[in-house]
Write a protein that binds this ligand. Structure first.
Ligand code: SAJ
Length: 417
């Protein structure tokens, strides 16, 4: 049985891609939620019912719960029954996780505690990070303990998020959820809190296993994409169409190869496997190699484009898509964006036409350059000597391929084959 601790008021620390939707669905489920973020501009936008990034279905829920008075945002950590820490965990130069945002959240929470609070870490983290969070808080407040069911108990757990950007509002509610407490009582309390909005199965384990499970999911995906990317490199050198190759191989009942592309981007799959590597460098050979294969792919795509561009005196390249994956506006850790930047750096006498239907202006790294333009699809394809398809955005899939007959086409996603 869970300890009898109230879970009516919740504070979500970090109102980014995960924290804000989590806060919104908790408020929708009837909790009194206060979100905390260091960015004053985001706090103000949220309190006006606006969302500072694009995520299908999120803004209407945020606007609704703000209007009902169930959710507000501020820069100071408040007193609450439960805290959800959802801050970034980037990696440092050596691929070790940077836990400074978690430490800052812990220092914000510690002075507010009165005993009996639940503190959940949602940020994707290396094994041992929930324990680290508990240690930081208990060091600041030595009068508390992790021992359950006492007046001065604190409960710590890890509940990693597993939602797919673009489908967050659906997956937040429907996906099964792994919950790993520092004690069984902490797991049970966390289950009670998440059951208020999550209809998926709530799977209880310990904190270390939960941390590793999240990393394992993304490393599994990274290793499998690396296999597809490696095949694409080998097939290209052999004059074999990798898309046909994979399609044929996938007819085998026990083969299911993923799709190659220009590289792996985003803040999750390209990052999380390094946390496994940094926790055991000696024995994570396959995971390290997969990361390196995926990280090598943008350079291989760039070399191929430059080889073709050599044939033209002043080459014009249309780069179709700079987001990190299809049908989103997220340019973070985007291999397509990096290829496009390197292309612009390499083609001093050429022009790069960037086609990205999900943005209105070029990102700072590409803006203001003489040889780079943000262009429409039809216009760019008409003007280009080389069309480089980098992202399988829906409008590209609908494009009439007959218009490409005179142009060199490099299709990294196999969309137009
Ligand atoms: N990609 C390929 N080939 C594929 C699939 C993906 O090249 O066959 C590329 C994409 O183009 C993109 C990258 O991989 O650049 C990652 O895209 P994704 O859609 O596979 O995943 P993310 O990073 O948006 O979200 C992942 C999800 N994890 C898994 O599917 C195991 C999501 O459920 C997690 O919650 C999220 O990471 C996270 O926050 O960790």
């Amino acid at each position: 049985m869970s300890p009898s601790v109230p879970l009516d008021s919740v504070s979500v620390i970090g109102l980014g891609y995960i924290g804000l939707p989590t806060a919104a669905v908790l408020a929708q489920a009837g909790k009194s939620v206060v979100g905390v973020d260091v960015k004053q501009a985001n706090v103000e936008a949220i309190n006006a019912g606006r969302v500072p990034f694009v995520e299908e279905g999120l803004e209407s829920v945020v606007a609704g719960v703000v209007a009902q008075g169930k959710f507000s945002a501020q820069t100071e950590t408040p007193v609450a029954d439960a805290y959800i820490v959802s801050v970034p965990t980037p990696f440092k130069g050596d691929h070790d996780a940077d836990l400074s945002y978690i430490d800052a959240a812990a220092h914000g929470i510690a002075p507010k505690l009165t005993g009996g609070e639940l503190i959940v870490l949602e940020s994707t983290s290396p094994p041992g990070t929930t324990e680290h969070l508990a240690e930081v808080i208990l060091e600041a407040r030595p009068e508390f303990t992790m021992e359950p069911n006492l007046r001065n108990s604190l409960y710590f757990s890890h509940a990693p998020e597993r939602v797919l950007p673009g489908r967050i509002m659906i997956e937040m509610v429907e996906n099964d959820r792994i919950i790993g407490g520092m004690t069984p009582e902490a797991s049970e309390l966390t289950r009670d809190l998440y059951a208020s909005f999550c209809h998926g199965e709530l799977l209880l384990t310990d904190a270390r296993t939960a941390e590793m499970a999240k990393l394992t999911e993304n490393a599994f995906r990274d290793v499998n994409i690396a296999f597809a990317n490696e095949l694409s490199i080998i097939a290209d050198r052999q004059g074999i169409d990798v898309w046909e190759l994979i399609k044929l191989a996938n007819h085998h009942p026990r083969v299911n190869i993923l799709s190659p592309g220009p590289g792996v981007g985003g803040h999750c799959i390209a990052v999380d496997p390094w946390f496994i590597v940094s926790s055991d460098r000696e024995f994570s050979k396959l995971i390290t190699t997969a990361r390196n294969v995926n990280d090598s792919k943008p350079g291989i795509v760039l070399d191929k484009v430059l080889k073709h561009a050599d044939r033209f005196k002043t080459p014009t390249v249309a780069a179709l898509g700079i987001a990190f994956k299809a049908d989103i506006d997220d340019l973070r850790e985007s291999p397509s964006k990096n290829i496009t930047i390197n292309l612009a750096n390499s083609l001093a006498d050429g022009t790069v036409l960037v086609v990205e239907p999900n943005i209105d202006e070029l990102p700072p790294e590409l803006a203001g350059r003489d040889n780079v333009e943000l262009a429409g699809l039809e216009d760019a394809v008409e003007r280009a000597d080389i069309v480089l398809l980098l992202v399988d955005h829906a409008p590209f899939a609908e494009f009439d391929r007959d218009k490409l007959q005179e142009t060199v086409l490099i299709d990294t996603k196999g969309l137009w084959r």
